[in-house]
Design a protein around this ligand. Structure first.
Ligand code: CMC
Length: 435
């Protein structure tokens, strides 16, 4: 695997060592420095893991400079155009696209696992009516481990796959239950005759007096299509903060439900999955097109903590290919729903101003996927505080794919970063009366 090497010289001791450069299929090669401390007595310092590959993976590839995103080698544009979300989930988990039979079986298994235990359903009654749906999601997904105690042998590949499929199946049910609880509506059971996205919409929006799906079994396929697209775009994104959290938790041998719950918690932050909710809140704060220049100026002011939410990305320094795909769908959904939402006009004004602004051009800050996803969710009737939950439903497929990949490795050392200690040197304590 190793061809080239990297020579590192310690200028203090004069000692030098040569480390192998591991070859990637695509993108940057990686220097293997795990023996650095042993060889030279120092660590590497890389806060935020800007230049650190924490693992090897075959799942997702991102070329941030050229706006390329591949799942298992397939361009996101092709997957978005031709696939069902569950097909993509299968691809992420198994490495290959399913054939018709395999997809049928997978879909059946996912639907079969969508139901949640009645006791778990009752958990929701314990939450306050205004609990944030993400708070409920973290708690309830973590609690799944209490329901499958006898099936948590992470060394058993069959049990692992079952746990992974179970989470993909149950996530929409738990997500919809969080919403229903927050608006005081009764829980809607999953239906096996509906596909993944239809089922979710039905569990969200059915009322006892009016089914979301009418008697002719009609469900707005444009809504289903838009949701399917959003789920595909959010399914995986290599070693992002939440996926790295899942991997870090998994490195301890924790059960998969606990690992995914940890991922959900990490996703919640506004710099990550919480950005779609933050975009809508930001647009509400900006209020009108007239205020856009003022807020652009605030975003540029280094003294002001305000940032343009939905702009910028750690990896994409050109454009986010997901944003390009989603922008078009955003227009389609809005024209379909005849929504003359002033927020959309405002979003376009923010986008236009920022894209022309020297600060954003120079720092390569482009709209990311979450700049548009929230607007689509809003048009579909999804409440703002459910946006990150929507992201979590989709990303579960990526989290479990990474967890499965990790569990298949011969050895998975516990993730235990080191630090650059800058605290006080060793000192002796003084008696309390002398301090
Ligand atoms: N508005 C204004 N300035 C920004 C923004 C922004 N949205 N993003 C970055 N900058 C500036 C930042 O102030 C810094 O300036 P300087 O060099 O003068 O200190 C420079 O650009 C680099 O920023 P950074 O925070 O060092 O870049 P990063 O790669 O660590 O952060 C980011 C990436 C996504 C956290 C950041 O761009 C951000 O906070 N964006 C807004 C939140 C957001 O939309 N997050 C969703 C990401 S996409 C969904 C996902 O994959 O999770």
């Amino acid at each position: 695997m190793a061809n080239d090497t990297l020579l590192i010289k310690h200028s203090g001791t004069g000692k030098q060592v040569e480390y192998p450069l591991l070859k990637s299929t695509l993108g940057a090669d990686t220097v293997e420095i795990r023996n650095l401390y042993r060889d030279l007595g120092c660590f590497t310092h890389d806060p935020g893991f800007v230049a650190t590959a924490s693992c090897t993976s075959k799942i997702t590839y991102i070329d941030g400079d050229n706006g390329i995103l591949l799942y298992r080698g397939y361009p996101i544009e092709q997957l978005a155009e031709h696939c069902e979300f569950t097909e993509v989930a299968y691809l992420l988990m198994h490495g290959e696209l399913p054939n018709e039979r395999e997809l049928l079986d997978f879909d059946l298994e996912i639907s079969d696992r969508a139901i949640i235990h009645e006791s778990l359903r009752k958990f929701f009654d314990g939450f306050h009516y205004d609990a944030h749906p993400m708070a409920m999601l973290v708690g309830v997904v973590g609690s799944l481990s209490a329901f499958y105690h006898s099936e948590m042998n992470i060394k058993d590949p069959v049990q692992r796959l079952r746990a992974a499929t179970r989470m993909i199946g149950k996530m929409p049910t738990i997500a919809a239950a969080s919403y229903r609880h927050s608006v005081g509506r009764p829980f809607v059971y999953p239906r096996m005759d509906l596909n993944y996205c239809e089922n979710f919409l039905n569990m969200m929006f059915s009322r006892s007096s009016q089914n979301y799906i009418d008697q002719d079994h009609y469900i707005d396929q444009d809504f289903v299509k838009a949701l399917n697209l959003l789920f595909i775009l959010h399914a995986d994104h290599e070693q992002n903060a939440s996926t790295s959290t899942v991997r870090l938790a998994a490195s301890t041998g924790a059960n998969p439900y606990a690992c995914v719950a940890a991922g959900i918690a990490a996703l919640w932050g506004p710099a990550h999955g919480g950005a779609n909710e933050a975009v809508l809140n930001m647009l509400a704060e900006i209020g009108s097109v007239d205020n856009v220049p003022k807020y652009i100026a605030k975003a540029k002011d280094s003294e002001d903590p305000f940032r343009l939410m939905g702009f910028g990305h750690r990896v994409y320094k050109n454009f986010d290919p997901r944003a390009t795909i989603i922008r078009k769908t955003c227009h389609e959904v809005l024209s379909k729903t005849q929504t003359n939402d002033p927020l959309f006009e405002l979003a376009l004004a923010v986008e236009e101003h920022a894209l022309k602004d020297e600060y954003f051009i120079e720092k390569k800050l482009y709209p990311n996927v979450d700049f548009y996803s929230g607007i689509i969710y809003k048009a579909l009737g999804i409440p703002v505080d459910m946006f990150t939950v929507m992201f979590a439903i989709a990303r579960t497929s990526g989290w479990v794919a990474h967890w499965l990949e990790m569990m298949e490795e011969a050895s998975t050392p516990i993730s235990r970063p080191r630090q650059l200690y800058v605290g006080p040197a060793q000192r002796d304590l003084a008696a309390i009366k002398n301090r």
